[in-house]
Design a protein around this ligand. Structure first.
Ligand code: IPE
Ligand code: IPE
Ligand code: MG
Length: 242
């Protein structure tokens, strides 16, 4: 990349990891084989993010709607989460990756929650890359839980309502599960689908969107670099005239 485009490295890249089932089907395998294969793509993206100076990488791993899939697939996916976290954590920690899981944690099994807590605690001081896994997440759920927390806050503090009104939308950001995380600059969805499927609806208000045909288990470092190149060419105007 040119020096000019190098200055336009996104701070936060987010991936909607889609197409695992179709990848498996193309090979005459069970859908879950696609999920297993997708772990290698996660590894590739983490490495590519670090190599290219991206500071936040977030991955949509399981939506609130995905709970409606056949129980066997849900169970396999949840088991895979535990296994992948256990397998990858040494390497992530060694490489300075802070690991964060965001979503409706109340719906996750105790074993998974315990694994998540220990991985988050272990890596909390790392600062090379923040890797965020959105698990049991949906944008509408996030906005609803934020609204409920805000209402609770206003009930207890009469002065709080005025503060929120004065501060505007920024005040609401702090109630979302992403309170400490900058909004995604770039959201990439694999597998040729051009939709957000209830992902980061609030936070993605001004994200650049990129839809690629590659199925998630085929996504590699080169694809990640190409996504960064596409981003570098974008002109973000935020409603202003440039
Ligand atoms: C993405 O792949 C993984 C999850 C949503 C959990 P899919 O399982 O949605 O694969 P396709 O879209 O059916 O091919
Ligand atoms: C979106 O993929 C959710 C994740 C990638 C985790 P889906 O495969 O669930 O989305 P739809 O059903 O095609 O919209
Ligand atoms: Mg899908």
């Amino acid at each position: 990349m040119s020096t000019e485009s190098m200055t336009k490295v996104p701070l936060h890249v987010s991936m909607i990891m889609d197409g695992n089932g179709r990848w498996a089907k193309e090979r005459g395998k069970e859908r879950v084989e696609g999920h297993f294969a997708g772990v290698e793509s996660v590894r590739a993206c983490v490495e590519a993010a670090v190599e290219n100076g991206v500071k936040y990488l977030s991955l949509y791993a399981f939506s609130e709607e995905n709970w409606n899939r056949p129980q066997a697939e849900v169970d396999t996916l949840m088991g895979l989460m535990v296994k992948a976290m256990a397998n990858e954590m040494d390497s992530l920690d060694r490489n300075g990756v802070r690991f964060v899981v965001l979503g409706n944690r109340a719906r996750l099994a105790d074993e998974l929650n315990a694994t998540i807590d220990s991985c988050m605690e272990r890596t909390k001081d790392n600062d090379v890359l923040v890797l965020i896994i959105f698990l049991s997440y949906s944008g509408k759920w996030d906005i609803l839980q934020a609204a409920m927390k805000m209402a609770e806050d206003m009930k207890d503090n009469p002065g709080r309502k005025e503060e929120i009104v004065n501060e505007g939308v920024k005040a609401f950001d702090r109630y979302l599960v992403t309170a400490d995380i900058p909004d995604p600059d770039l959201i990439v969805r694999t597998s040729g689908e051009s939709r957000l499927s209830n992902y980061l609806l609030w936070q993605g208000a001004y994200s650049e969107l990129l839809f690629v045909d590659t199925l998630w288990p085929d996504f590699r470092k080169d694809d990640f670099r190409k996504a960064l190149e596409s981003y570098a060419k974008r002109d973000r105007r935020y409603g202003k005239v440039k």
